[in-house]
Write a protein that binds this ligand. Sequence first.
Ligand code: IFM
Length: 435
Amino acid sequence: MKDLGFPFPEGFWFGTSLAAHQAEGGNTNSWTRWEDQPLRIKNNEKSGLACDHWNRYHEDFERLSWLNANTHRFSVEWSRLQPVEGSWNEEAAHHYRKMIQDLKTRGIRPVLCLFHFTLPLWIDDQGGFENSETIGHFVEFAKRCQQAFGDLVLDWLTLNEPVVYAVVGYSAGMTPPGVKDHARAMRVSVNLLRAHGQAYHAIKNLNPKSFIGWAQHLRVFTPKRKFSPLDIWGARVADEVMNWSWYKTIQTGKIDINIPSVFRAKEESPECLGAMDFLGLNYYTRDIISVNLFSKQKFFLSVPEKSVKTDLNWEIYPEGLGKILKEIKSHRLSQYPVLLCENGLADQDDSKRSKFIYDHLKKFLEVSDKLGLKPMGYLHWSLMDNFEWVEGFDPRFGLFEVNYKTQERIPRKSAHYFREMGRLKSLIPPPEDDS
Ligand code: IFM
């Protein structure tokens, strides 16, 4: 690789992302409860031992060093730390401390996420985030985590993809708790926003130097029929509800999430005003949207036939990232540094991953530069293959392939490419024979 490309901005965070339940193995939580029910997960798989990352973190972090990563985002599993109400598992906390220390010894910055889709069973039994009392429990958990790890961790994500959690679990009913009710999805969204706001202040009060955001799954919505007022309207509503209304809460201290003629959540939320230090962005793909007001479902999503797609049939659309960055600017959010804290694809034969990384990272750096945004870092999803929720173990998102029978990890070609960029601290095109 001779091309030295263009250098990452000074202090750029370059690394990977992972989540507790998808990698650790051996968890008992709201998701394992779901996995125990028939037909919930593809091939009836269970997360089970997953990547056994709980026991193998040291060798996995060795891989991060090999990749020349300087940052790693991961989540702590609430159900391990607080398996029953009012408890705190010192042993699990000690284990997470060892994990964080391992990263720090390597000069790798830990970014800690507090909620990545899984709940302890006692919280699940009380109604999860549908119950407003869960906000208090979450804030207490955030405080305990700050007290336990805050001397080692400065950078926090309170929540991962709260919109996805609310919509897929409570509107579409595809993930736990399997509810199909827009009003309940709205209630969960409101409670998640308030939980974020209150946890933000709780962590900040304990250490004002903490740097706190959440990971928002930002998607692009394109009207299916270019000139159809209905589809254009549908794309706008989806964009507002799924993406920007959440940031407006931070800007105004008021929650207003509105799906016209379906449901509107509107209430004061002073705890959210200004409760964000950086913009955590997960970007994967876009949706083509069409609307039929006479059907019960109303909004229909599809994928353009001719596009290049991942193994999960998601369109590969780096242009969408550029559009989102422009929207960040037009929504007056450009004062916040942007951390691209998830970006990746299911690509078992690794034929598309290197180009995917290059195209997205290039778009991120170029458009940010043009618009005067502050690109803070790029964290690839994911370090290694892991448990992809309802899709089970089939989708392969890793820079490292995992053999789930032997727990062997094998670097893919794209891992070598990623490593070279980490070494050079520059964006470089992938080698030509890399597909
Ligand atoms: O695996 C997930 C992750 O848990 C949340 N963001 C999207 C990833 C890929 O689907």
